[in-house]
Design a protein around this ligand. Sequence first.
Ligand code: ADE
Ligand code: ZN
Length: 326
Amino acid sequence: DTLIELSETMPKTELHLHIEGTFEPEQMFAIAQRNQVKLKYDTVDALKAAYQFTNLQDFLDLYYQGMSVLLHEADFYDLTMAYLEKVHSENVVHVEIFFDPQGHLSRDIPFDVQIKGIYNALQDAQLKWGMTSKLIMSFLRHLSEESAFETLEHAKPFLNWIDGVGLDSSELGHPPEKFLRVFEACKNLGLKVTAHAGEEGPPDYVWQAINQIGVDRIDHGNRALEDVKLIEEIKKRDLTLTVCPLSNLKLCVVNDMKDHPIKHMLKLGLHATVNSDDPAYFGGYMNDNYASLIRRTGINKEELLQLAKNGITGSWMKNTTKEKHL
Ligand code: ADE
Ligand code: ZN
């Protein structure tokens, strides 16, 4: 249908994407083999069959297992380039991607090995297709504040390659305020700041992300809808929500795509965007996320275009300030 076609052909941005979450089973097995590491699953099909999650933690357990076959700079390059090729074919023109350095440092993979592989792929995509990008270093919130500070030290020689910092992994029990001082240090270094908040965690965690951390954007934010005052605050501050429809479905943040709140978010005047989070695990990249919303929630053409425009104004590209709302 014509809306689906429009969603596929229109230029898009992706603002919420974990590069380790783009690790397709086929590529995972290929890299495991070339690195002579053994996966817990014997076949691609056995691995795919395990992709049944009832909550965030179920997924994270497999996500950390999957990334453990990444050892060399070429592995990080190949992972990133495969993702960029895929979304280039979907008319994504700008990406802001997360990586989880602690998921690799904990396995003794040096920071420079990780970031060189990822950054070189981003540079090559810009040279080849003019695709622009930002790189966001994300802290794992189930680890300590001290570990986050150590990670920031590893990052310091590469700050010209890093545009911002984020906060991800197990949300419940790990509120944003746990990392207050780390984010303060990051802001003093001129980094942009975002945080996963309100995916599984309560509205209070979104308040903390805004009032204590001072985020420039909110990743997910679904549960902010439970608090009318919070909705007003997000609007007042013009904060973009990086919403991830297929992720929400797979991790049971929503029970059915037809009940996904993104249409409601737009009606409330919130700057919602569409993103794929961990597409290799959640069953779809950017165009699949749009298609699912169009088929199941009945978003109309105006809403579709608004979501795409929000992806531009909510990005960290220069000259897309909120004053210039499209
Ligand atoms: N790490 C990768 N994807 C994530 C998500 N959706 N929420 C929290 N941590 C993550
Ligand atoms: Zn995420």
